[in-house]
Design a protein around this ligand. Structure first.
Ligand SMILES: Nc1nc2c(c(=O)[nH]1)N[C@H]1C(S)=C(S)[C@@H](COP(=O)(O)OP(=O)(O)OC[C@H]3O[C@@H](n4cnc5c(N)ncnc54)[C@H](O)[C@@H]3O)O[C@H]1N2
Ligand code: MOO
Length: 403
């Protein structure tokens, strides 16, 4: 049985980023940049007034208030060739290019227009050279790497990309995921349950996780534990970049998933990982021509499915999208109570992590009742990581996976 780290390595090794394409910056939201973004110009492209007021020569105000001649008026988007010489200034608006000769902007609040001559103004306060001016190239220099390949495109990055001449992003295609929920006991969400039946919570939950991670999802619905039904759904699912099946991967007689996958040419890469919850996880891939489909058989218990998606499917999704791997564990949480992991598998235990001012970060394992208990996870924001056969004391520091 593989360790979590070995299994993650195998997922990474078998996942190749999807092809790239160019799109409008805003349509790249949630994707990862496929290449470095190089600044095509200085930013700002000119010395820029950052306040409404008067573009002045600071030296003119060195001895206190000064009466200056207004030789130009400059609005944002307008340039002037008028040179500001000693004793003169230009009325200027926020965002406008500075006129040649001026080195600072005196605020309009610190000025008084002569009542008899609107072309003369008294600046009432001294100012230091450079004040209220953003110099050309102060934010970015032409040729500088602004965003590195692999960066996640959030609204911030959409803004940065839109500030470039091209206004476009080169990103990896977003992955397609198909989801199959296996089990004779399942009824659709919102349906009445008969004796022994349960609702399919995994299908919608996995779809939500996949969508949140930036994938497009095809629901292939509930599939009964019968080879013909499963075969049909698997054939459809193999058209996607990732196919997820929930349930039917442990050791029961109706756990048909591994053998049916193999019958469809899906090569098993691993089955079973030393983790709780999630031990029966199955991972494989099918390569046909230039199409590769990664296949995850997630354990049916809802929390096992969720944890396996969070750790392993997300790793594959990130790789397909060309995103840099993010560290799995956040260290430095102090346990608020004693905890014993008597099992022989590392446990990812639902917990509430908390960062209080002046008190560092604490973590409280919740009263979780096992792999079927999704309700308690509603109160969790993390999975506390506990080594096998280990006793922990309150106050001890541990790592956690944030969910
Ligand atoms: N003899 C063994 N039995 C089991 C082992 C084992 O190693 N040896 N592993 C256990 C572990 S750990 C887990 S986790 C489960 C996973 O089993 P399967 O992946 O085969 O899942 P199922 O048996 O089909 O279902 C388990 C459980 O989850 C419920 N379920 C299934 N699908 C859904 C769904 N779409 N939405 C909500 N809940 C679902 C199902 O009704 C079962 O209660 O196996 C242990 N057994
Ligand atoms: O791995 Mo299972 O998910 O412990 O119940």
């Amino acid at each position: 049985m593989h360790s979590v780290e070995e299994a993650l390595e195998l997922v990474s090794k078998h996942t190749i980023p999807l092809p790239t394409h160019e799109c409008d910056a805003v349509d790249a939201l949630g994707s990862a940049l496929a290449e470095d973004l190089i600044s095509d110009s200085d930013s700002p492209m000119f010395d820029k007034a950052m306040m409404d007021g008067y573009a002045v020569i600071a030296a003119d105000l060195a001895d206190g208030p000064a009466n200056l001649e207004v030789v130009a008026e400059i609005a944002a988007g307008v340039t002037t060739d008028e040179v500001i010489r000693p004793g003169t200034c230009a009325r200027i608006m926020t965002g406008a290019p500075m006129p040649p000769g001026a080195d600072s902007v005196a605020l309009v609040e610190n000025s008084q227009i002569d009542s008899e001559n609107v072309y003369r103004v008294t600046i009432t306060q001294s100012i230091s050279a450079g004040k209220n001016v953003l110099k050309k190239g102060a934010l970015l220099s032409q040729g500088q790497i602004v965003l590195s390949a692999g960066s996640l495109i959030r609204p911030i990055e959409v803004g940065i990309l839109s500030d470039m001449a091209k206004g476009k992003a080169t990103v990896h295609q977003s992955p397609s995921i198909s989801i199959i929920s296996t089990g004779d006991e399942l009824v659709e969400a919102g349906q009445e349950t008969g004796p022994g039946q349960i609702r399919n919570s995994n299908g919608p939950m996995l779809e939500a996780m996949a969508r949140e991670a930036g994938a497009t999802v095809t629901q292939l619905g509930i599939v009964r534990d019968q080879r013909a039904d499963l075969a049909d759904a698997i054939s459809k699912g193999l058209e996607s970049d990732i196919m997820i099946l929930s349930g039917g991967v442990s050791s029961g007689v109706l756990d048909l998933v591994p053998s049916e996958l193999s019958a469809h040419g899906v090569e098993q890469i691993f089955h079973k990982v030393c983790i709780k919850p999630g031990k029966p996880l199955w991972f494989g891939k099918r390569v046909e021509g230039d199409k590769t489909t990664l296949v995850f058989g997630l354990p049916g218990n809802p929390v096992s499915s969720l944890v396996c998606f969070h750790l392993f499917v997300r790793r594959a999704l990130n790789r397909l999208m060309g995103r840099a791997d993010t560290p799995l564990y956040v260290p430095g949480f102090q346990l608020t109570r004693d905890f014993v992991n008597e099992g022989d598998r590392p446990v990812y235990f639902p917990a509430m992590a908390c960062r209080k001012e002046g008190a560092g970060a604490t973590i409280s394992p919740l009263n979780w009742k096992g792999s079927a208990d999704l309700a308690t996870l509603a109160m969790a924001n993390s999975l506390a990581s506990f080594a096998p056969n280990t006793q922990y004391e309150a106050g001890q520091f541990i790592s956690a996976v944030m969910v």
